[in-house]
Design a protein around this ligand. Structure first.
Ligand SMILES: Cc1cc2nc3c(=O)[nH]c(=O)nc-3n(C[C@H](O)[C@H](O)[C@H](O)COP(=O)(O)O)c2cc1C
Length: 208
């Protein structure tokens, strides 16, 4: 039995193209792997604790073996629990819309919370940086525009490369991509793009 964690970062729900295609992917995956467990993390309905100066200070005090109050420790433990929930998965599915050329701030907030030293990554002078998370990944990207190199807008795209760099940094460099874009256009053209992405999603689910 494998655990699949689906991380949803569009708040648009019924109107979201990335969610629509992610659902198609998960439906096919579930059909083929009925014994596996699929958990959904909706980043817009869950509570993400603040990652404030105080919490960061607590983290360093704990790392340096210094004493911290019970209250501060429990604030830090919320972040550790969030990481443990993430790390308990064998496979990850992310639906990632483009917002202002990057990723939605709730996803960045989540990344900042879980990307902790000795949990998500380690550093030693001999080995350098090492990602500590293990698993397979599917990413569903959506954007209103077309940011392919051929379109000449590749430089504006701060959605894909930074997100993939982050995945690689924490150890999840083995990923497949499903593009659902451009989603801004004539209804017929967008419908075709979504249908094409769904076909791709079904195919990808068969090899995941
Ligand atoms: C706040 C916001 C910012 C956006 N910024 C961009 C952008 O910079 N470039 C772009 O191509 N599309 C942008 N879009 C359009 C979305 O990327 C597009 O609607 C995409 O389909 C969103 O994913 P979703 O349908 O899964 O919610 C933006 C949409 C929103 C709501």
């Amino acid at each position: 039995m494998k655990r699949v964690l689906y991380i949803e970062s569009s708040p648009r729900k019924a109107r979201s193209h990335s969610i629509e295609v992610a659902r198609e992917f998960l439906k096919e995956y579930e059909r083929l792997n009925p014994e596996d467990v699929i958990d959904t993390l909706d980043l817009w309905s869950m509570t993400l604790p603040p990652f404030s100066g105080e919490v960061i200070d607590t983290k360093y005090r704990i790392m340096h073996g210094e004493k911290v109050s019970q209250g501060k420790k429990s604030e830090w433990n919320k972040i550790v629990e969030l990481f443990d929930q993430f790390n308990s998965a064998d496979k990850y599915v992310f639906s990632v819309p483009m917002w202002n050329f990057g990723i939605p701030y709730r996803l960045k907030h989540y990344i900042d919370l879980i990307t902790q030293p000795s949990l998500a990554w380690s550093f030693t002078p001999d080995e350098g940086y090492r990602g500590l998370v293990v698993g397979k990944v599917v990413i569903l990207y959506s954007s209103g525009g077309d940011y392919t190199e051929a379109n000449g807008l590749g430089e504006l795209d701060h959605q894909k490369k930074p997100f993939e760099n982050w995945l690689g940094f924490i150890g999840l460099g083995d990923f497949k991509i499903i593009n659902v874009s451009p989603t801004l256009g004539a209804p017929e053209a967008v419908k075709q793009i979504v249908e094409c992405a769904k076909t791709n999603a079904i195919d990808t689910a068969q090899h995941f």
